[in-house]
Design a protein around this ligand. Sequence first.
Ligand SMILES: *[C@@H]1O[C@H](CO)[C@@H](O)[C@H](O)[C@H]1NC(C)=O
Ligand SMILES: *[C@@H]1O[C@H](CO)[C@@H](O)[C@H](O)[C@H]1NC(C)=O
Length: 715
Amino acid sequence: MDTNAYLRSYIMFILVLFLCAGLWFPSSKLNLEGSRPWRISRGSISKSHFPKPSHHLTRTPHHPLDPLTIPEINRVRSILSSYPPFSPAFPAIHSLSLDEPDKLRVLYWKKGDPLPPRRASIVALVHGQTHVLVVGLDSGRVISHAIHAGSGYPVLSTNDILAAAEVTLTDTEFNKSVAARGVELSDVACITPSPGWFRPDEEGRRVIKVQCFSKQGTPNFYMRPIEGLTVTVDLDRREVVKISDTGGGIPVPKGTNTDYRYCPKDRTRRKDPINPISLEQPNGPSFRVEDGHTVKWANWCFHLKADQRAGLVVSRVKVVDPETGRWRSVMYQGMASELFVPYMDPEEGWYFKTYMDAGEFGLGATAMELVALNDCPRNSYYMDGVFVAADGKPFVQANMICVFERHAGEIAWRHAESPLTGFKIREARPKVTLVARMAASVGNYDYIFDWEFQTDGLIRIKVGLSGMLMVKGTPYEHVNQVPDDDPHMTGGLVSENVVGVVHDHYVTFRLDMDVDGPDNSLVRVDLVKEETAPGESPRRSYLRARRRVAKSEDDARIKLKLYEPSEFHLVNPSRTSRLGNPAGYKVVPGSNAASLLDLNDPPQLRSAFTNNQIWVTPYNKSERWAGGLTAYQSKGDDTLAVWSERNRPIENRDIVMWYTLGFHHVPCQEDYPVMPTVSSSFHLKPVNFFESNPILGAAPNLEGDLPVCRAASSF
Ligand SMILES: *[C@@H]1O[C@H](CO)[C@@H](O)[C@H](O)[C@H]1NC(C)=O
Ligand SMILES: *[C@@H]1O[C@H](CO)[C@@H](O)[C@H](O)[C@H]1NC(C)=O
């Protein structure tokens, strides 16, 4: 593609986005830049310490796992255009990304070696059927082509969302329903919730729900629902299937003071403003990004890329052994595989809200450009995503990942000796970490994903939730008007006429751990209570750690339990420490939540990968998406839970661990009109992986090392 053609397609993408937003805000001018005075333009972002990776147009891949480049995507598109089954009618492309080479080839590849053959994996829809293809870029041929047999449809495209809104907004009956609520059609902003899978009458065709809001007087239209008005649209026939209007009598909430954009007068509301704060790195950042995707920092090295469905993917994660100076493998690949968000309301306008955001909408596809200085500090490096639109053309999702060094004032290790011992020792080391971050805005909700690396070998995976609640209109303005048993009150009153419906979030991570190589075992270390024999000890009871090696998938379906505690180690049985302990990493859960839905509730069947917090499966290249390849309207026939039922052996083999991070959310007034970030995380922590504390030799900060910034009160 020549430069002009590229620019045209880039502009087309902007237009698509704008149109898309334009349908949500049909008559207003969308202010993409917001009104924040300090918002940084793209020009100044690229003035960071890091040169932008060479221009996307001429980029070539350098690593076997590098995502497809723009020239490669264009080549795939031209190969598909002349592929007889796809010409002259080019299908709708729902996914087009690198078909990663076999793991062994990647493991044996070294920098400087030729790349393994580049292949693209394509999911396309033709007459309601899902086609899965692999195209060889070197051979210029379609290598495989199959019609997907399982239930469900591929991830939505922007065209689908546009079509659903357009079909709805031009429907006369919808127009009447909106008018009956006293809302002008020009003030209507619509979202397109996925329908889940429930009923035979929605089976066999691709449908979507459309629900609308009034954006009159506020950009935060989410807080002004036209309650109970739900349109079901057939996505392929592009027609309204059904309009359900059950909310007559429920007023559209007023939405006063819901505009969340910054305006300088807000400063006066805060008595003691926080002075601007930033991290100084007088000698510049200490990480580098080689060839666009390989991040090297302190004792870590990993490959980082954006993915249209998973969002952010880290691969080939290696850490230096301080004893030998050698790189040691920790993880082959880690990523968010699915995100399940069930709302707890069985009513007509709500029951279907049981999203699977990665498989239905795409976490990368919904990750917008990060807000410099606010989403990420000044010392950040930004990485773009190169994605593919429904017509098979590439587009750039600019600055959607940031990488930065973080110093949060934490302590890496310390000890102070009491003078009573005769030693005068005070030793402390500052903790500095490296963060790779992305934020997906899946409609109303924002999900912040952090992969944080510590020099002591720990990896922290953190999810933050912010954005807007999905709220329900109600006639009530005060809790004293609400009868005790009102079944419509499926959450708390968060503002006049606004209910914050109770809901859950479950993020399932796929962690292909390779601790010192692919062949690993799961060891459960159960803490069990031992009781002493009478007279044996003044103590009645104590805890003992008992190790159990998981033999097959049955042994590795784990529910977290406070009163039956365990540690979960992934060890390499053939790599032992000087003392004979197997080298391992353990998954350390943080605060978590479990789904309490009935196991046979359709949304829980589809998201059965949340039935346990931890699963271990044998590595299988095609078992990547915990909710199945085609999660949209799926019936749950291709989930992690189904794969695990095979009960395959998992001892001393290449295995994959799955961890689900859950949240229950009972909304409160502080979540209105935009939610302060709530986060939770889990850790991957070395256990007997290093011979001893790997950061013993880390240097402390000394007075001369740092610029001076003292608290004013200390003068
Ligand atoms: C909606 O209805 C109004 C009259 O009630 C009519 O003037 C308008 O053209 C209609 N719009 C659409 C898109 O059907
Ligand atoms: C790999 O996964 C796919 C999808 O679950 C399955 O059909 C296939 O049998 C699996 N292969 C092995 C060797 O388990």
